[in-house]
Design a protein around this ligand. Structure first.
Ligand SMILES: [Zn+2]
Length: 339
């Protein structure tokens, strides 16, 4: 090969080397690969020097090749070193958290998801309704008579136009039955926020309920007991006993209160959760009052309904003693204490 050809070959290799290096940016392995590849290319050209006859040319080409080799080595080395320097110079501006937790779901959300999952397993659909309701859906359709204390201004938030903030999730039962008219069964649960004029350690003006409704041609009270027992045993990990006590609600007949056994198992007379009785009230239930079916135009059907307070279930499940903590701002203290 002639000297001129070797020179142009060197130029070609040099420009290819530069191009590849640019594409590689700061990637260490790539830079190292490029260096090895192009030094090998140069070595091939070094071997060609022997073939040149003119000693002057031999010296000149030798010089060019050596300079190019140095150039390849220096430029790749500086790129690699720069990368190492950059690594050290970037300061870590993050600071370690003061707290030992990284955030999690609100206990109410945890409970609501769990409740929904258990009922979905038993074939219940989740139904939602508006938080601002009319008197009809919140009271009248549910057979709550005009003299009922729940209708009092002291217990319910009324809007200026006569509507109100729903005091329970029961209006969703009426809406669900209207929507599904002629399509049995109606098998829903309605989780959601409800509002009452209360504020103390066990009452909050906003809280959550889950309502359940099952309507079909044949629905028995024993179905209701079985479903609720299954639910509470699952929600409290099978550790509880469930009992039903006769009670009264305008929208169910017959009606019952649902109690579950306390964590103290009735062995501590001073227990704050059950006040020494060994049982805690957690839900209300019963067979849907025929008057309610009449209000939505359902005939020849039977059904049961139940309702429970989510905060109350959470307080028992997680051992929380003040309902206001669920809505308070000092969540850090809350989480430290309970989670
Ligand atoms: Zn107790």
């Amino acid at each position: 090969m002639e000297a001129e050809k070797i020179k142009s070959e060197v130029d070609k290799i040099k420009s290819l080397f530069e191009q590849e290096l640019q594409i590689a940016e700061d990637e260490e392995t790539k830079i190292r690969q490029i260096r090895t590849k192009y030094l090998e290319e140069l070595n091939k050209l070094f071997k060609l020097i022997r073939e040149l006859k003119d000693p002057e040319e031999k010296r000149e080409i030798g010089k060019i090749l050596n300079r190019t080799k140095e150039y390849f080595e220096e430029i790749t080395q500086s790129k690699l070193e720069k990368k190492e320097i950059t690594k050290i110079e970037i300061p870590d501006i993050s600071i370690e958290s003061y707290f030992g937790f990284h955030g999690s779901l609100h206990p109410i959300t945890i409970a609501l998801r769990q409740i929904t999952q258990i009922f979905e397993k038993m074939g219940f659909e989740v139904e939602e309704g508006p938080e601002i309701e009319t008197d009809w859906y919140n009271f009248t359709a549910l057979n709550i008579p005009p003299e009922h204390p729940a209708r009092d201004m002291q217990d319910t938030f009324y809007l200026e136009d006569g509507r109100l903030l729903r005091t329970h999730t029961s209006p969703v039962q009426i809406r669900a039955m209207e929507k599904r008219k002629g399509k049995l069964p109606v098998k829903i649960i309605a989780p959601g926020r409800v509002f009452r004029r209360d504020w103390d350690a066990t009452h909050s003006p906003v809280f959550h309920q889950v309502e359940g409704l099952y309507v079909d041609k044949v629905v028995r009270m024993s179905d209701l007991f079985g479903i609720l027992e299954f639910f509470f045993k699952n929600f409290f990990d099978g550790k509880v006993k469930v009992r039903f006590r006769p009670s009264y609600f305008p929208f169910t007949e017959p009606s019952a209160e649902v109690d579950i056994s306390c964590i103290c198992d009735g062995k501590e007379p001073a227990c704050k959760v059950c006040k020494g009785t060994g049982f805690v009230e957690v839900a209300g239930c019963g067979m849907v009052n025929p008057a309610v079916f009449k209000n939505v135009g359902y005939e020849d059907v039977r059904g049961f309904a139940f309702g429970m307070g989510v905060e109350r279930l959470c307080m028992i499940k997680f051992g929380i003693n003040d309902v206001r903590l669920f809505f308070g701002a000092n969540f850090v203290a809350f989480k430290r204490r309970y989670f």
